[in-house]
Design a protein around this ligand. Sequence first.
Ligand code: ATP
Ligand code: MG
Length: 647
Amino acid sequence: MSEAIESVLNETRKFPPPSDFAAQANISSEEQYQQMWTRAKEDPAGFWGDMAANLDWFKKWDTVLDGAMPNTKWFVGGKINLSYNCLDRHLLGPNKNKAAIIWEGEPGDTRVLRYQDLHREVCKFANVLKKLGVQTGDRVTLYMPMIPELAIAMLACTRIGAIHSIIFGGFSAEAVADRNNDAQAKLIVTADAGWRRGKEVFLKSAVDASLEKSPSVQKVVVVRRTGSPVEMVPDRDYWWHDLMKDVSAECDPVQLDAEHPLFILYTSGSTGKPKGVLHTTAGYLLGATMTSKWVFDLKDEDTYWCTADIGWVTGHSYVVYGPLANGATTVMYEGAPNWPDEGRFWELIEKYRVSIFYTAPTAIRAFVKWGDDWPNRHDLSSLRLLGTVGEPINPEAWMWYHKIIGQERCPIVDTWWQTETGGIMISPLPGITPTKPGSCTRPLPGVVPDIVTKDGQTVPGTNGGLLVMKQPWPSMLRTLYGDHDRFVQTYFSEIPGAYFAGDGARRDEDGYYWVMGRVDDVLNVAGHRLSTMEVESALVSHPRVAEAAVVGFPHDLKGEGICCFVSLKGLDGDDALKKELIAHVRKQIGALATPDQIRFAAALPKTRSGKIMRRLLRDIAAGREKTQDTTTLEDYNVLAKLRESDE
Ligand code: ATP
Ligand code: MG
């Protein structure tokens, strides 16, 4: 089994769900989970057909599942509208005047939109879009700060069947132009600027520059957020508030085919050039709705906060669509976690009595670095459930989250999924799954994963291999926009008969999944294939280490040597600490994984969604000049500084 990934991480801690949580959970018994999972595997059409009763349909489907991977259609013949499911249906009952969105801006300004208010704004903006010539099927780019108008614009697109393409507000004019062109967007919604760490991030000026290179865009709608001056081009640029003044607040939702394209979203770009993932209406909505209920255990009385930017898929599925489809209250925050100080998130949790909190490992590592004092100053007793997504979480970061934020009371759901999967795939169910730090545990109902070798054979035992999906699921991507061949090539050609999107994982003796990082990042040391995540986790378990990124570099004897980029808590490191860290890793996970180089770094290169970009570190470790796409890199200075850092 030459291409298996060997596991050296030895993590044995286990945390059963607290009994009071279990008693009230949406999925509350192991039997219920087993029964759902088996049914979904054996009769996916029957299972998902039943689940679809959680949505409101204008016309019921004729066929639940048509075709096989890669080309599947769900709920064929059904008619549905996403905004109707997130808004209109809640106006019929007691949620009419419930907060749909609680928003806080970075400077501390706040807005609360009740379901009624949100419905009204969405209908008005849908009418604005129509007035500006947007029709069903047209693409609309949203390049905005984290303000309520972003959610309003998304929902307005879905109301009339326009396809939104959201571009994270930190991207450059160049990136906006590329994505506008790829999607052939007709209209773009933006703002003058947004707030980030007390400074304005100018958006309208970037749009102006992008439009020189993306001629498909005919109209620009601008929200006034910071009040900073912008140039308005007559007959092209319009103020949001002017347009909203005299449109009707009534707009019938368009009855769309279940498979009507819903949105395009470009992936984070951790591994290369971003891909324009296309999701469709009913399957995606069903995935977001059910996973929110199962994994976040959403209840009417919850105040739920997912800290992701809506520019990423996590924000699409778990700030906006999943929570709203369930009639929940979702918190939306505009700014940075360390503005005006490192206590901002904990202050918000205390202020809004947040009960469910969902964030990313990159944020958790930053909290660890900033110190326990910040959360300890605040009352976090309202929290009942914690979640994480985006990267493998190092067990020590998990433990910190469990102890300091969850106060050993809250289950943690480590949710594995991708832009392509639309919703959570592998995750604990908080009422029933005993958790293990660093493992995303077991597949949700409807998800049939496996760990295989390159030729598609199941890896025996608990060794690592390629993480694949063997059965289609409703919220999976349908294509890469405008390039169906690339879609088939990227996800379905490497492993016969399965979906594969780049991650390595192993399955332990309890059937739990442990994501070991990206297969492209796997180290090949003296003939042994090792996971970067495991070496990184060993480093992070040292009390001085806040964050680590491990890559291979060409080595005469071993094939690949292990180079560790390490970011410390507190004071600078010295040679003695390097030696200590090498010894620590050796002791934790064995001689095979002994680091050849330790390099201290103030910061690691990350995507704008906060993921470590190991592919760029490989160049640095090997002493190569940059050869790769860096358009999704968060901070170019970090790379320059790392090049200067010596071994
Ligand atoms: P690109 O595909 O352009 O390289 P990306 O894969 O980073 O970008 P996303 O779709 O945002 O884009 O991220 C999905 C990936 O994030 C997964 O394939 C996996 O590598 C990682 N990931 C997400 N959640 C988890 C998790 N809970 N545990 C481990 N890894 C995770
Ligand atoms: Mg990916």
